[in-house]
Design a protein around this ligand. Structure first.
Ligand code: GLN
Length: 449
């Protein structure tokens, strides 16, 4: 289903755009999906932008206090391409500060799950997923470093697509970890994602890591279940997931089981690399060029920097300290260099498996947690919930999360992974799945009757 075409073809009643944004603002008081709703909804299909992607003249903070008041002087390439194609920008979406998190709770005002506000929205692109789940016609520009598109898309029951590394320009993205960051797209339907992806991808002179990909469209009708991703997960998740596997078998897919031993090392390798890279950025948030400005210029510069950096949240501080440690000369080989080796070995193993078909797993090893329960997990327990989403992110592989069932009113989702530049065939599978399964949404703001 292509809701973009449906929206563009539909006759909109008088005052439609204004009413949609009013309803959205009202609901936002409860769900905190948006950090600001500043756009105007004209004729174009609405799109939102995660708050770590620059929009000219619109406050962009990556949900961090340290960037409060930052007004970019330019549009990120993906934003400019959306505007050039007549999409209507509506606002900036909430997230874990700088992308650090899996549940959306590392934001000053955490987003809530639209199916039930007592549950988390997932993270770090929490607001993007909530916005997609409550707006009938909308696409979200989101970002993933280690699973930030898949995780919230899964918990909010929408489709979340992370493309091959380099497919979408990162120009105008506030870095978390450059070698891992990817801009991606969320929508209610895979067809909408394909439409937008084709429109905004491609090489960008402002981002030297962006590539004009040689896209394939290979579907060998095989689904691979990886032992390390299916064993030892939540029982409820496992049994409903096996139900999905049966249905895909019914759609003509052959199911194969494989072992990918290096997956067991993926979490430590990812957090070592991600934190190491993340810890190099705070230099720019010193209060001189970017970051909180203490107006007292008579202070010693150490004090001046400290007052800026005090603005970082707890998780950001943790990562800056750990990241700086693993990069330090005395332990570099022990941690950082070893993590890089794991990354290449994992890619090698995964490439072998992906030549045979798509990898399928649940998106998250747990069901959507309640805010209180997620809030009482230790940092390590939180990091461990990224077991499914980290492997493709660490290796720059395209992946997509889509809802496949509902349990006690909350969505359950699965994730497909494919080889580089086979993004479209993978989205095609999700499109096929949608033809026989009806997604549920609690809100349909903007519905046209
Ligand atoms: N949960 C992961 C982390 O905290 C992924 C976040 C992301 O993709 N931005 O690093």
């Amino acid at each position: 289903m292509n809701s973009i075409r449906e929206f563009l073809d539909a006759e909109k009643p008088e005052g439609y755009g204004k009413r949609v944004l009013e309803e959205l603002s009202k609901l936002n008081e409860k769900l905190n999906a948006f950090n600001n709703i500043t756009g105007r909804l004209g004729e174009g299909m609405p799109f939102s932008v995660k708050d770590n992607i620059c929009v000219k003249g619109v406050e962009t903070t990556a949900s961090s206090r340290i960037l409060k008041g930052y007004m970019p002087a330019f549009n990120a390439t993906v934003v400019q391409r959306m505007l050039d194609n007549k999409f209507s920008f509506i606002g900036k979406t909430n997230m874990d500060e700088f992308g650090f998190g899996s549940f959306g709770l590392n934001s000053q005002k955490p987003a809530r799950n639209p199916f039930d506000e007592n549950y988390v929205a997932g993270g770090s692109s929490s607001g993007a997923a909530v916005a997609t789940s409550v707006l009938k016609y909308h696409v979200a520009m989101a970002e993933s470093t280690g699973g930030s598109i898949s995780a919230p898309a899964a918990f909010c029951g929408v489709v979340g697509f992370t493309p091959t590394y380099g497919a979408l320009s990162r120009h105008g993205l506030i870095d978390y970890a450059n070698s891992l960051d990817k801009i991606g797209i969320m929508a209610r339907h895979a067809a909408d994602i394909r439409y937008v992806f084709e429109m905004i991808r491609g090489q960008d002179p402002n981002d030297t890591t962006s590539i004009e990909g040689k896209y394939a469209s290979e579907d060998r009708k095989r689904i691979i279940l990886v032992d390390q991703l299916v064993n030892g997960i939540d029982k409820e998740v496992e049994s409903s997931f096996m139900g999905l596997v049966d249905k895909l078998e019914g759609m003509g897919y052959k199911i194969i089981r494989k072992s990918v031993p290096f997956i067991e090392k993926a979490i430590p390798a990812y957090y070592t690399i991600a934190m190491a890279e993340a810890s190099t950025h705070p230099a720019s948030y010193s209060g001189f060029k970017y970051g909180y400005k203490n107006e007292d210029f008579t202070q010693h510069y150490n004090q001046f920097f400290t007052s800026a950096r005090e603005q970082f949240g707890e998780e950001a501080k943790r990562r800056i300290v750990l990241g700086t440690f693993v990069r330090s000369a005395s332990v570099r080989d022990k941690y950082y260099s070893k993590a890089l080796k794991v990354r290449s070995l994992l890619l090698h193993e995964l490439e072998g498996v992906l030549n045979e078909g798509f990898i399928l797993s649940p998106t998250m090893p747990i069901q959507v947690p309640r805010v209180d329960d997620a809030g009482s997990l230790t940092p390590l327990e939180v990091y461990k919930t990224d077991i499914m989403t980290i492997p493709p992110n660490l290796c720059g592989l395209p992946h997509v999360s889509f809802p496949y069932a509902y349990h006690k009113g909350m969505p359950l989702a699965a994730q497909l992974v494919t080889k580089q530049w086979n993004d479209e065939a993978m989205l095609g599978l999700v499109d096929g799945w949608e033809k026989g399964f009806k997604y549920r949404f609690k809100y349909n703001i903007g519905e046209l009757r």
